[in-house]
Design a protein around this ligand. Structure first.
Ligand code: NAD
Ligand code: IPM
Ligand code: MN
Length: 351
């Protein structure tokens, strides 16, 4: 029997609740499609930080690198500063495993409370291709003149030619398998070093893809367009920070944060890729058992696809769609009263 070694890091808050449900659904899909998933759970989290002073042990990266893939819940919880927890776990993993593509597909799902609900589902389907290893997320900079009137903080961005080119090329390749349209998020009217550089590389890569329609859009106008004319978008390629913001926006217009999956992809497959929801640990609803597990379930379907189990991945997507269409089992964010566990079980049963 085909067996995959999967590391799970449930992490913090609702990350724990939704990861249990995703594992349950994947086990159902695996047994139906004739393969097995061997799960190994790691306690890397804010709780661990509070006990040991580190989000993960020193050999954490080495340990995880032996797995076929990683399923991550969410990281971050009040009590540990976010920059400490995130730079102690999530961001270093993305970098250590060269997961330079953050793939965030969304589509209008049935049963959603989206502002656009009621439109045809196929009218609205897009994917954010987010740069995941550099850009605005950088340790360069510092605090100066602390406590003085002239106090300031500097934060530098790093855009390398290799880094920008590979993410843009990935977006064009992906567009060839979809609508043949790529929109690049820019801000070269205001950000005068990195963004003109990004645009220049976008133009030169686009010349290699005459069959793909390429356009650039300022991030501010793009944000408006994503709400008002989202059907005109398909593949959206963006820097690390712009892609982060756009992915929550794209999630919101298609059904909310509870429905949007994400894959941190190492395209060369030299290291494991890591799958998670777009959303975070949601401390405001943590411990209540009411988080929507769909985003994490769809992320785990992306993991199956990445592992080559395409049919099983499709069956998970279809099960989600079936349960949402029926609408009987819905968490509060979807206007229902079901628990995380009930929605997860409904999807697992539908698989
Ligand atoms: P969040 O995504 O955790 O929550 C934003 C809002 O959406 C909250 O009101 C929350 O209740 C709601 N929400 C999110 N997921 C939901 C779900 N599955 N079902 C129902 N409602 C859901 O964002 P935040 O509040 O900015 O961040 C909370 C913590 O999570 C912070 O520590 C942040 O740094 C961290 N975070 C981690 C990740 C990650 O690990 N990948 C991603 C984003 C944020
Ligand atoms: C995400 C999150 C993270 C990011 C944070 C928690 C560092 O918002 O995965 O979208 O910005 O990458
Ligand atoms: Mn985010």
């Amino acid at each position: 029997e085909r067996t995959y070694e999967i590391a799970t890091i449930p992490g913090d808050g609702i990350g724990v609740d939704v990861t249990v449900e995703a594992c349950k659904v994947l086990d159902a899909a695996a047994s139906r499609h004739g393969f097995a998933l061997r799960w190994t759970e790691f306690d890397y989290s804010c709780e661990r930080y509070s006990e040991t002073g580190a989000m993960m042990p020193g050999d954490g990266v080495a340990t995880l690198s032996a797995f076929d893939a990683i399923l991550l819940g969410a990281v971050g919880f009040p009590g540990v500063p976010d920059h400490v927890s995130l730079w102690g776990l999530l961001i270093p993993l993305r970098r250590a495993f060269s997961q330079y593509v953050n793939l965030r597909p969304v589509r209008l799902l049935p049963g959603t409370t989206s502002v656009l609900a009621g439109r045809e589902a196929d009218e609205l389907e897009m994917v954010i291709v987010r740069e995941n290893s550099e850009g605005e997320y950088s340790t360069l900079g510092g605090r100066h003149n602390e406590g003085q009137p002239g106090e300031f903080a500097l934060q530098e961005s790093v855009f390398t030619r290799v880094g920008v080119e590979r993410i843009i090329r990935y977006a064009f390749e992906l567009a060839r398998t979809r609508s043949r349209r790529v929109c690049s998020a820019t801000k070269s009217n205001g950000i005068i070093h990195t963004m003109p550089f990004w645009d220049e590389i976008f133009e030169s890569v686009s010349a290699d893809y005459p069959d793909v329609a390429a356009e650039q859009c300022h991030i501010d106008a793009l944000a408006a367009r994503m709400v008002q004319q989202p059907d005109r978008l398909d593949v959206v390629v963006a820097s690390n920070l712009f892609g982060d913001i756009l992915s929550d926006l794209a999630a919101a217009v298609t059904g909310g944060l509870g429905m949007a999956p994400s894959g941190n992809i190492n395209p060369e497959r030299t290291r494991p890729s890591m799958f998670e929801a777009v959303h975070g640990s949601a401390p405001d609803i943590a411990g209540q058992g009411i988080a929507n597990p769909v985003a994490q379930i769809l992320a785990s379907a992306m993991m199956l696809e990445h592992l080559g189990e395409t049919e099983a991945a499709r069956s998970v997507d279809a099960a989600v769609e079936k349960v949402l269409t029926e609408g009987r089992v819905a968490t509060p964010d979807l206007g229902g009263r079901a628990t995380t566990e009930q929605l997860g079980s409904a999807v697992a049963d539908a698989v």
